[in-house]
Design a protein around this ligand. Structure first.
Ligand SMILES: [Zn+2]
Length: 285
């Protein structure tokens, strides 16, 4: 090896070392998880699967909030998001799935997350998920019964739905952080009827429309978790409804116990393209 070649080799080795160090520190910071700072975004996982929906319009429901980062996780095996929660990175789970299977291990992991205080937002057809898990009804304060079922000796009738309903949504609690200062609003969406509602649900939104139960949205607590549940959330009209979008962002913040009271202006056309949802899209199912 000549001197020149040796110098070149040393340079390459040093350069590779520097690149390697930089790479390792980058990987190290990823492995360590997000740095705990007041400005870190609320990490939100949106669980889908088991029911069709407008996949192009749905992300609009979550756009325009710099403090909220969403990842979409379509479930291929009904509930694999809860298979291993040892390195769980999310502050809030949004359930928009209507999958059914959830093993005992996954149930315990789900309950463990709620025990840790991970926030839970339950949206629309997710109230029909996990029909064979009685505790799920106790977590969310309702269930859409897909067929008549007897649970703890009580017969629950099969629930009913109606698409294309023009709702007037009434704000029941104008003092709660999720609904504070909001006026009643109109939206076209799907109505659900004949659902049971837990007595300790704290009602935030209601309707007088007879094709729907009165209860439209409520909050409750389960273990150390804050839970927000709403039965509307079917289609594009509600995904782009400014009052409902605001309610969803506030629900994510309130259940995360972070940035409660913050509000964002409605996104402009220019801003709506650069908001922070990542992850894979779901094929129609
Ligand atoms: Zn629906």
């Amino acid at each position: 090896m000549t001197g020149k070649r040796l110098a070149g080799a040393v340079f390459l080795a040093v350069a590779a070392g520097v690149v390697g160090l930089a790479w390792n520190s980058l990987r190290g910071s990823e492995a360590a998880g997000p740095v705990d700072s007041p400005t870190k975004p609320i990490r939100t996982v949106i669980v889908t699967g088991g029911h069709g929906f407008d996949q192009k319009a749905f992300p609009k429901l979550f756009e325009g909030h710099p403090d909220i980062v969403c990842e979409f996780k379509p479930q291929k095996d009904d509930s694999e998001i809860f298979e291993d929660v040892a390195d769980w990175p999310y502050d809030v789970v949004v359930l928009y799935n209507m999958t059914q299977k959830i093993s005992e291990k996954r149930r315990q992991n789900f309950l463990g997350l709620l025990d840790r205080g991970v926030g839970l937002v339950v949206l629309h057809h997710a109230v029909g998920a996990f029909q064979d898990w009685p505790e799920f009804e106790k977590i969310i304060g309702t269930r859409y019964y897909l067929k008549e079922m007897v649970v703890d000796g009580v017969t629950h009738p099969m629930c009913a739905y109606r698409e294309g309903v023009d709702f007037t949504i009434h704000v029941e609690d104008p003092e709660h952080p999720i609904t504070k200062g909001l006026a009643d609003f109109q939206v076209r969406d799907e109505g659900y009827r004949k659902l049971p509602h837990a007595q300790d649900n704290h009602l935030l939104l209601s309707t007088d429309n007879a094709v729907s139960d009165k209860q439209i949205a409520w909050v409750r607590t389960y273990k150390n978790a804050r839970v927000f549940c709403t039965v509307i959330g079917h289609g594009p009209q509600v995904f782009t409804s400014e009052p409902f979008r605001r309610i969803m962002a506030r629900a994510i913040r309130w259940t995360a116990k972070r940035n409660v009271g913050r509000d964002d202006a409605a996104p402009t056309e220019a801003a709506s393209g650069r908001t922070g949802h990542t992850g894979s899209s779901e094929t129609k199912g």
